[in-house]
Design a protein around this ligand. Structure first.
Ligand code: B3K
Ligand code: ZN
Length: 859
């Protein structure tokens, strides 16, 4: 497959200022007429051929300026039309079968309704068009369809006219006044009901808000609506961004490749990020809805009003919008807890990507299939990179930078360079060297040493950016680090400072210390780097108990556990050392459980042990199974050692009644963590508490955390709870997803047999991405199941990839990186993982998506 290079960007030859689309809708046959007003682009090279992209569609008729023409031809799947003048009207008819569209790209059917997904290159599956983000058009859309089947007809912008025909069909005409690229086009037709509300913008514009769902689901949309209203208000206050249409529609669909899509004025959402009520949605589900609703809404400015010139600039809209949604969620809830969660996501998903065969800069240089680049690097590291600029500039100056960016590029298709330039000019920062964050892949490793002489403490920092595919040599990058130095005697520090390490190695001296201070570094996770600092457990216990930066406190706790587990797995611990390591961790845990100044939400965070994936990142070649076992052994020890503290905590928080307030949510989080450790220490006590919690639960958070624990255990309580859960929530797809997910992610000895059986369960289907992920992504993320020494876990994922690829390449390709990590896994397992990738490659017909990922993973 051809490789597309960022350097090869050329402006489009033809522009399309206007497009009129006419749809005759049908579930298995939809007919489309597209009328494009095209004009020659003065910035183009002057060719006379108009290239319109297509994908699995055929031109049924081609007309130029109203006349049927013959001088068109197909080049692969693109349509080439010869044009003589400077401006023409080009009309093309196409037809497609939405019900047969299992890729869920373009126009497809889901649950009896029709909907679209165009980003990145789905519009070309609907009609022929220059399907690239730097071609902006004003859209007029007319659609007609059976009124009983599709009572609701939606597209972008405003509805300008509707009418009925004698044959039982009806039609609607939509117009979007804002020019947009084709990837933001959307159409929805179906039997839907709306939760309706109104929002008045800061300048007084009345906006109608609708959240469209299947009848019966409308009671589950209030949290999404509240989140939408909060997002609209927040973007006015935090970024000065106001909504620009009189209507904002959100539609929930059950078959969707990702979370949601920011189509102008018509966001399409995976049901999982819309529907919630306490009985069926966990606190994490509620948070997910708030952040995705915010994210898609914020795209109206960072993405839609200012879009991307080409797909290499994806982080321009995605990194920035992730940062915006993170700041929004932090303002809505607990800022430190949100920061910890975001860092956990980054380390769990992006760090492994950055150290593996698929590593790429946040602004990639090349791709085969753009869908493969909607990655944790582009999104989450992209957000971190922009966050660093904000940290260096300060909130107010950063706002001047973003104001300048929006102002300067409104209505344009911009680049990452445009963004950096605007931030540079708006904030006054010199970002010359900082631009390396856009071009270099790999997680910088910062090694730290702290020495003391006289009354001066000297901090020496050295950075290396590891080699990544296609990038052998790296240059030092500016790394902003928030630090504090604690006086051992007073337990205080004299104020936090921001230092910027911009050389390979640099020392910083600090006076006024009679003894070696305790260093708190990368506070708030001010830079997305790995800190290498071998330190005494005593110092970590000190920071875990008292650091005034909540993230740093969490980090100290994590480091304490990481240092211990890495040493234990490496076989380097004598019995006495293991006992000492555990004792230090136990002491820190006890302090966290006892600390009355801590809120329970933060307590719950601090009690979470680092994931196996993150632990595996700490060593060059990992045995994930051994790490898992050692981690379980530590949990078993902690559960026994702190049994009375944990049961007291579990009792206390269990008495807090259900509520959506921070205190009650914190209680549920601490409850879940306490129960996990209690069950690790004493299976019988854990089972008794978990089944009692399960039976008494009046909300999904408690019910799910109880079931999570029961799933790991053998015994009648497990079977009882699983059967009850399935029966109780039959027909609620999102909750049945949880039922699959819990069983595939647990540490039960028979987990692989359970997964195999579940793949044959009548509720399982390959055609619904949520269900596929619930079963198989959970397995791929389960260290015990996936890395079972039999190789069965790898085989199950390999089989899935082979079977799902012909149906849905985009969802399939997401599974490949899990096998692709073989180089960082111990040799016996690595050979089996590699063999699985080779078996996939050997299958003749692979999608471009899977071929790219497997090819790169085999290297
Ligand atoms: N922009 C979409 C992602 C589209 C992914 C297409 N493969 C959702 C989002 O990031 O908001
Ligand atoms: Zn996005």
């Amino acid at each position: 497959p051809p490789v597309i290079h960022r350097e090869d960007y050329r402006p489009p030859e033809w522009l399309v200022p206007q497009i009129a689309l006419d749809f005759r809708l049908g579930i298995d046959a939809t007919h489309v007429t597209a009328k494009l007003s095209v004009t020659r682009n003065p910035a183009g090279e002057g060719g006379s051929t108009l290239r319109l992209n297509g994908d699995q569609i055929a031109p049924l008729a081609v007309r130029v300026d109203g006349e049927a023409v013959n001088d068109w031809r197909l080049d692969g799947s693109d349509l080439l039309v010869a044009l003589s003048g400077e401006a023409h009207e080009v009309e093309v008819e196409t037809a497609m079968n939405p019900a047969g569209n299992s890729q869920l790209m373009g126009l497809y059917a889901s649950n009896g309704m029709l909907c679209t997904q165009c980003e990145a290159e789905g519009f070309r599956r609907i009609t022929f068009f220059p399907d690239r983000p730097d071609v902006l058009s004003t859209y007029s859309v007319r659609m007609a369809g059976d009124k009983a089947q599709f009572p609701i007809l939606l597209s972008n912008g405003n509805c300008t006219a509707t009418g009925e025909n004698a044959d039982g069909t009806h039609w609607a005409q939509w117009h979007d006044p804002w020019p947009k690229p084709s990837y933001l086009f959307a159409l929805v037709a179906g039997d839907l009901v709306a939760n309706h509300a109104q929002f008045i913008t800061q300048s007084g514009r009345k906006v109608d808000l609708n959240i469209w769902v299947r009848a019966g689901d409308e009671q589950r949309t209030q949290h999404a609506m509240d989140s939408l209203i909060a997002s609209m208000k927040w973007d006015e206050q935090a970024f000065g961004r106001e909504y620009d249409l009189d209507l904002f529609n959100v539609v929930a669909v059950s078959d969707f490749n990702m979370g949601a899509m920011e189509n102008k004025g018509l966001n399409v959402f995976n049901t999982r990020y819309v529907l919630a009520e306490p009985e069926t949605a966990t606190d994490a589900d509620y948070d997910g809805i708030e952040s995705v609703i915010g994210h898609e809404y914020f795209h109206n400015w960072s993405g839609n009003r200012v879009t991307c010139r080409d797909w290499f600039q994806l982080s321009l809209k995605e990194g920035f919008t992730v940062l915006r949604d993170q700041l929004f969620s932090a303002d809505m809830g607990s800022e430190p807890v949100k920061r910890i969660e975001d860092v956990r996501t980054l380390r769990g998903g992006q760090f492994p990507e950055d150290s593996g065969p698929l590593a790429h800069p946040i602004r990639p240089d090349s791709y085969q299939e753009i869908s493969n680049f909607y990655t944790a690097t582009v999104y989450n590291k992209g957000a971190e990179v922009i966050r660093m600029m904000r940290t260096m500039a300060g909130t107010e100056r950063f706002r001047q930078g973003t104001d300048l960016y929006f102002d300067r590029h409104d209505g344009e298709a911009a680049t990452c360079e445009d963004f950096v330039k605007a931030i540079e000019q708006g904030t006054g920062l010199d970002l010359t060297q900082f631009r390396l964050w856009y071009s270099q892949a790999g997680t910088p490793q910062v090694s730290v040493s702290l020495t003391h002489e006289g009354d001066v403490a000297t901090l020496t920092l050295a950075q290396t950016v590891p080699a990544t595919p296609d990038q052998a040599d790296k240059q030092p990058m500016p790394i902003p680090l928030r630090i504090a130095l604690y006086d051992r005697d007073t337990g205080c520090h004299a104020g936090e400072r921001l230092i910027v390490l911009d050389k390979a190695k640099e020392s910083f001296a600090f006076g006024g210390f009679a003894r070696l201070p305790v260093l708190s570094i990368n506070r708030g996770f001010s830079a997305p780097v790995a800190i290498e600092f071998e330190r005494d457990a005593e110092d970590l216990v000190f920071l875990a108990a008292r650091d005034d930066d909540p993230f740093a406190r969490y980090e100290a706790m994590q480091s304490l556990v990481v240092q211990h587990l890495v040493a234990a797995v490496g076989g380097g611990l004598a019995d006495a050392e293991r006992a000492a390591g555990r004792a230090a961790i136990g002491k820190a845990f006890a302090a966290i459980i006892a600390d009355e100044a801590l809120d329970d939400l933060m307590r719950g965070e601090l009690m979470m042990l680092p994931t196996v994936a993150y632990l595996a990142e700490q060593v060059l070649v990992a045995d994930p199974y051994a790490i898992h076992e050692e981690r379980e052994a530590l949990k078993h020890w902690l559960g026994g050692e702190l049994a009375s503290e944990l049961t007291a905590l579990h009792d206390r928080v269990s008495a807090v009644p259900y509520g959506r307030d921070a205190a009650a949510r914190g209680a549920r989080k601490a409850k879940a963590q306490a129960l996990i450790l209690i069950a690790s220490g004493d299976a019988a006590e854990g089972a008794a508490r978990a089944i009692a919690q399960y039976r008494a639960a009046d909300n999904m958070t408690d019910r799910q955390s109880a079931l999570t624990v029961l799933c790991n255990l053998e015994g009648p309580e497990r079977d009882e709870a699983l059967a009850d859960f399935h029966q109780r929530y039959q027909g609620n797809a999102l909750v049945i997803d949880k039922w699959f997910q819990l069983q595939a992610s647990c540490f039960h000895p028979q987990v692989l047999n359970h997964v195999k059986a579940l793949a044959g369960h009548p509720d399982f289907t390959l055609s619904n991405p949520n269900r596929v992920r619930a079963l198989f992504m959970s397995l791929a993320l389960n260290p015990k199941g996936f890395h079972d020494v039999s190789g069965e876990g790898y085989r199950l994922i390999g089989d899935l990839i082979r079977r799902l690829d012909p149906l849905n390449p985009q969802t399939t390709a997401r599974f490949v990186p899990h096998l692709g990590r073989w180089r960082r896994i111990e040799p016996v397992r690595a050979a089996m993982m590699r063999a699985e990738l080779e078996a996939i490659m050997a299958q003749g017909e692979l999608s471009r998506d899977v071929r790219e990922q497997v090819g790169k993973s085999l290297g």
